[in-house]
Design a protein around this ligand. Structure first.
Ligand code: PRX
Length: 648
């Protein structure tokens, strides 16, 4: 952290918007003035301007029972109607909603009319299969149009989706399906990744194998055509869609109707089902998508590279862009397959004008060198966004210079699964940007940096980031666990939301994010819990004890590093097997490849305090190759010496 702080104290580059950009910008300084004068009135205006309400709301916020907020409570809307039908009715049905680019190079352009038609049929299928408003539907799909169609079809009938990233294992899928008591699963036979076909349906079959599952049907999209096992509950997506009526009238639902659950890692082993509802969530995703990305829906081609399995894919692939009637690229592939210029080729092909991606990707491209993007025409790009982890000033500058041709503004956006939408970001055309800083709260959002006792820190000081007033797209709870919701976010600072991130204010009062202050790691912009990986490691018969830390990594921000003690009874096995390879594979199989540790150190002891708490700080020193810090609070101060000797 100290390296980062040094950086930000010396960072003096500033980029003011050009007068032309500022004059034409979607966001104007007036937004800040309006929000400061009447915060709730500002959000009510946004909700009315950006969305269609079947029944207008009269109340903006009910915060009488914190931390349970209600926004636009007496209003009614249909989220899918807002993302689809109303654009068609407004005469924009022929506008392309999705330029879908498949990994093997197949592609489809889908207009708003076509997308609406498919969602209507899919909604009829869900109803035919007995799914009702409030029921949960699990979605486990690759980045294909059916992922977007499924989410919108679920929303259209007032049901609740739980999208599970396709990279998660059968076990992770099962625990999420069970926690939400899902009635239906939508999946595909398989997907493409780096030129290979990978299966998806077997993971669903394994997840549902116990037979006591709440799931009555599995809808299967045919993507790869590979052989799949077939059970009584399985139905082909294309057969079902062909068998139902093409018409479907969207019914209104209350603004606080649950829209989705999305599981994310916390500080314990059990992922949290973050609950989002409809009106407030859609208002803030649409508002931020429009003003943070300077959206001009008639002319822009927008591309967010996130998978729909993450919150960025929910808010900035599905809901924000479609509510705003944007044209966007939906991409199934990876950045480097079949060649390392694949992304730039996509940008050239579709003349992408707005790109939203993660620092990890930018740092990977930096390593490969600027000659690769320079082979492509990237002049269509006029705005660049970053999300998921702190972006170091070097990566920010490279993004601006090499990808943005030194003219496209870069916006670094801070937010979380829990916040639902962007909370801290520069506004292009308004803010003078600074490499490495997320800068300022967006209009209508109140952010404070507090010390441990809850006092606001001054400029130049660091502390903990909190959101001090409720916001429209805030999480409404943790599915099935109101106590955990209160404990995790609200116990620390009363009715201010504690985000779990450290941050610092510079001399101008701009915000610099410094990473998590809890046991949550951030690997390539994805959240992983140390506890979840530790429990996976100790579930293996070889393991006696395990401790996991997030160690700094040049490309992925952090990397998972594990310290494992082998059971005495297993030491024989361990002496002639590659234990670390076995355990790495085990974690990948139990949780998913993203959780696979970069390194596993086999040790005889772990550093613990007298009360038995593992001192991860010291293990992080080892993992990052630093001198070991203060060991005086260890129960046995010689432990660190023993560990470092063993690892020499
Ligand atoms: O630590 C922060 C980091 O990612 C966490 C949220 O992760 P997740 O819920 O998976 O959502 C990621 C995409 C919104 C935060 O607590 N984070 C996210 N954006 C930034 C960031 N850290 C620094 N700068 C950012 N722009």
């Amino acid at each position: 952290m100290s390296v980062q702080i040094d950086h930000l104290l010396t960072e003096s580059r500033r980029f003011a918007p050009t007068p032309e950009f500022a004059a034409a910008a979607t966001a104007q300084p007036q937004l800040y003035t309006d929000a400061a004068a009447d915060r709730l009135g500002f959000w009510a205006d946004q909700a009315r301007e950006l969305l269609h309400w079947h029944k207008p709301f009269t109340k903006t916020l009910d915060w009488s029972n914190p931390p349970f907020a209600k926004w636009f409570e007496d209003g009614q809307l249909n989220v899918a109607y807002n993302c689809l039908d109303r654009h068609v009715l407004a005469g924009n049905g022929d506008r392309v909603a999705l330029y879908w680019e498949g990994e093997p190079g197949d592609s489809r352009a889908i207009t708003y009319s076509e997308l609406t038609a498919e969602v209507k049929r899919a909604a009829n299928v869900l109803t035919k299969l007995g799914v009702e408003a409030g029921d949960r539907v699990a979605i486990y799909l690759p980045m294909i149009p059916e992922a977007v169609i499924s989410m919108l079809a679920v929303a259209r009938i007032g049901a609740v989706h739980s999208v599970i990233f396709g990279g998660f294992s059968a076990e992770s899928l099962r625990s999420r399906i069970d926690d939400a008591n899902a009635a239906l699963v939508i999946t595909a036979d398989g997907g493409y990744r780096k030129g290979k076909v990978s299966a998806l349906k077997p993971a669903v079959d394994a997840a549902l194998a116990s037979n006591d599952s709440s799931v009555t049907n599995v809808l299967v999209v045919k993507r790869t055509g590979q052989d799949v096992e077939w059970n009584d509950r399985d139905l082909w997506w294309h057969d079902e869609l062909a068998s139902v009526d093409a018409e479907h009238e969207a019914q209104p639902f209350p603004a606080e109707n649950p829209l989705f659950i999305l599981y994310t890692s916390g500080t314990t082993g059990k992922p949290k089902g973050i609950l989002h509802t409809s009106g407030g969530y859609l208002t803030q995703s649409a508002f931020t998508h429009k003003s943070v990305f300077d959206l001009k829906p008639e002319t822009d081609v927008y591309w967010c590279t996130a998978d729909v399995g993450w919150i960025t894919g929910h808010s900035y692939v599905v809901y924000g862009p479609l509510a705003n009637g944007a044209t966007q690229v939906l991409f199934e592939g990876t950045p480097d397959s079949p060649h390392p210029g694949r992304w730039w080729e996509v940008i050239e092909k579709y003349k992408v004008s707005i790109l939203y991606t993660a620092p990890t990707a930018i740092r990977t491209f930096m390593k490969l060198g600027r000659q690769i993007p320079q082979e492509f025409d990237l002049t269509s790009l006029r705005l660049l966004g970053s999300v998921g982890e702190p972006i170091n000033p070097e990566a920010w500058m490279w993004y601006r210079e090499v990808i943005g041709g030194n003219v496209a503004p870069v916006v670094d956006t801070w937010w979380q699964t829990e916040t639902g939408a962007i909370m801290v970001s520069a506004l292009p055309g308004v803010t003078v940007t600074k490499p490495g800083s997320a800068q300022v709260a967006i209009p209508g959002i109140n952010i404070e940096i507090l010390d441990d006792d809850g006092n606001a820190v001054g400029n130049g000081d660091g502390g903990l980031l909190v959101v001090s007033e409720p916001w429209p797209s805030m999480l409404r709870g943790i599915w099935g666990d109101p106590e955990r919701f209160k404990e995790t976010y609200w116990d620390k600072f009363g009715d201010k939301y504690f985000a779990g991130d450290g941050a610092r204010l510079d001399e101008d009062g701009d915000i610099w994010l410094l990473g998590r202050v809890d046991d949550v790691m951030n690997v390539s912009g994805h959240r992983l819990s140390t506890a979840e990986i530790e429990s996976s490691l100790v579930a293996h018969p070889l393991t006696a004890e395990a401790a996991v830390v997030g160690a700094a990594d040049e490309t992925t921000g952090q990397a998972v590093v594990a310290f494992v003690i082998i059971k005495a009874s297993q030491e024989d096995v361990a002496s002639h097997e590659d234990v670390s390879a076995i355990l790495r594979a085990h974690v990948a199989q139990q949780i998913g490849a993203i959780a696979r540790p970069r390194q596993i150190f086999i040790v005889n002891e772990l550093p613990k305090t007298r009360s038995g708490k593992i001192m991860r700080r010291l293990l992080r020193d080892v993992a990052e190759g630093r001198e070991i810090g203060d060991t005086t609070t260890l129960a046995d101060t010689s432990v660190m010496q023993i560990i470092t000797d063993k690892l020499k």
